[in-house]
Design a protein around this ligand. Sequence first.
Ligand SMILES: Cc1cc2nc3c(=O)[nH]c(=O)nc-3n(C[C@H](O)[C@H](O)[C@H](O)COP(=O)(O)OP(=O)(O)OC[C@H]3O[C@@H](n4cnc5c(N)ncnc54)[C@H](O)[C@@H]3O)c2cc1C
Length: 346
Amino acid sequence: MDNASDAAIAVVGGGVSGTGVAATLRDTAVEVTLFERAGRVGGRTATRTRNGAVYDYGANYVKNDDERVADLLTSEVSEGLVDIDEPVWTFDADGEISEGRDADDAKWTFESGIETLAGRLADRSDAAVETGAEVVGLARETDEWHVATADGREFGPFDGVVLTPPAPQTGDLLAAADWDHEQSGALVEALRDVPYRTIWSLALSYTFDLDVPYYALVNTDGDHEIGWLSREACKPGHVPDGDLLIVQMAPDWSAERYDADGEAVIEEALPLVADLLDDRLADPEWADHQRWGLALPDDGVDTDLLDAVAEDGLWFAGDWVAGEARAHAALGTGLAAGDRIRERFE
Ligand SMILES: Cc1cc2nc3c(=O)[nH]c(=O)nc-3n(C[C@H](O)[C@H](O)[C@H](O)COP(=O)(O)OP(=O)(O)OC[C@H]3O[C@@H](n4cnc5c(N)ncnc54)[C@H](O)[C@@H]3O)c2cc1C
């Protein structure tokens, strides 16, 4: 591209990876339009509020395992950033709880919830953010990309597209795209093949405090019906009174109930929670639920395949690009994709 000011990029997906791409391209000559299917950005870093409580029902916290991401969180987007002091303990198939294995130096979220991160990144960018805009069509004509959304709108031309939905959804978008590359078939197959874990995530609110010394319990042998249980009350600003548990059911248990009604899932899970921790937990004040069908990728995609199509102005970001199902890893790939695009067009 001769004239850098003409460069325009479409980012599909407004999770931390997509908003990370947009934030990296701030103050550059690259114009970004970000398309997010949902009504707001955040993706799997997701927060709800109810009865004065704030709760993170997807990702629980962000780790400081990536130096660049940690620097970003503690400087440019740090307002309201909180670190969870209490540790993560473990439990086994028999419900035996043990101290230890809190391997994370930092466990970051925000007073206003983890979703704040993507919102801040989007706000920091110069991107035009289209929420409620599901991308359903991609077409490449004479070196330019065109994007169609489910509500019948057409956008473009763009010099490049960054795809950040979970790998199988990205594969479906490319399979339907009007685009041809010698690697396109192999790429679509690889994307659709990435295995994902399903997780039913439950939020259970109680009027009383749970008097325990830990923030969370993780099942380490993978043989319990519950995979993870944590206390939002340990996050400053989240729970004004009592406690609010986030319970993530084990992937196999969740997959077996993929089509179940959320209320029925809660009813089935409550005795398991009570049995693990405290009989009083069988009777929450209120409860909420979310099924994450594509919760956590168990694998990545051969990066050579991803790199091969960059010549056509196609880039990727997301936890599956990193091969690590973590928010900091997803954001790291977004920042890296932004760098590559900046290098290409400046
Ligand atoms: C239950 C659960 C617990 C987790 N716990 C943790 C944790 O404690 N710590 C941690 O670090 N990570 C955790 N994770 C993982 C973490 O949430 C993800 O790794 C990270 O959020 C992925 O970000 P992303 O931007 O790659 O993808 P996403 O957040 O999935 O973003 C992709 C976005 O693309 C949008 N989209 C999809 N298709 C389209 C389309 N066609 N058009 C427009 N938009 C589209 C989606 O709506 C979504 O907003 C957890 C995840 C889950 C589900």
